[in-house]
Write a protein that binds this ligand. Structure first.
Ligand SMILES: [Zn+2]
Length: 214
């Protein structure tokens, strides 16, 4: 990749589609996010159904952790950039959303992240209907989420990104550089719901998101 490309606001590159081997056009679009800096959106969509989207930070490249205590409407409105390398955690709920094969990047706010967590939880709760304990735990978590979205309950949202491509943009967000060891511990390739270590784990959650997004 030639760095001169970055001087243009948008451009295209061509590769071979990994699924059908047809020509695939990749769109690169530069944008500026206040208090974060320049980012590049990368997206591609093939006729064969293969698609891909990511967000790259053009300014920060360090492993980083953002943490925000969500208490007010202003916190719910805080902007979130989640790249495909970003891991989202809600410690109070035992929820971790790790980067997956089919994970997509998105720019949203904290409330948008909570809505995504809710839709993932709702899907997961249907899959554990047979298991009384896991099902009631998932219902508990859904109630908790509703209270947070309604501003009645406080939780913490954490985003960690080994490549510095994700962010929570808020004066309240606590930013910490991750050590090399911490960055290496961040997973790639699956999504885990560690609900009190109950092995409530599955790998297809991001696919659910993809279906809803289209
Ligand atoms: Zn294709």
């Amino acid at each position: 990749m030639n760095h001169n490309f970055y001087k243009h606001e948008s451009f295209e590159t061509r590769v071979c589609c990994p699924l059908c081997h047809d020509d695939l056009v990749i769109n690169w679009q530069k944008d500026n996010i206040p208090y974060f800096g320049e980012i590049m959106y990368i997206s591609a969509k093939c006729q064969c159904s293969f698609h891909f989207a990511d967000t790259l930070s053009l300014s920060s490249k360090e492993p980083i952790r953002y943490e925000i205590s969500v208490e007010t409407q202003e916190d719910l409105d805080a902007r979130v950039i989640r790249s495909t390398s970003g891991t989202i955690r809600i410690p109070e709920m035992g929820v971790t959303i790790e980067p997956g094969m089919a994970s997509e990047s998105y720019i949203t706010n904290i409330e948008g992240v909570l809505h995504r967590v809710r839709s993932v939880l709702m899907t997961a709760s249907r899959w554990v209907q047979e298991d009384e304990d896991k099902f009631s735990r998932s219902q508990e978590l859904l109630c908790m989420l509703e209270e947070v979205i309604a501003g009645k309950k406080k939780i913490t949202v954490v985003i960690e990104d080994p490549f510095g491509n994700s962010a929570i943009i808020s004066k309240k967000a606590i930013t910490t550089k991750l050590s090399k060891e911490e960055a290496e511990k961040l997973n790639n390739g699956m999504i885990v719901f560690d609900i009190e270590k109950s092995e409530f784990t599955h790998k297809a959650l991001e696919n659910v998101q993809l279906l809803e997004g289209n």
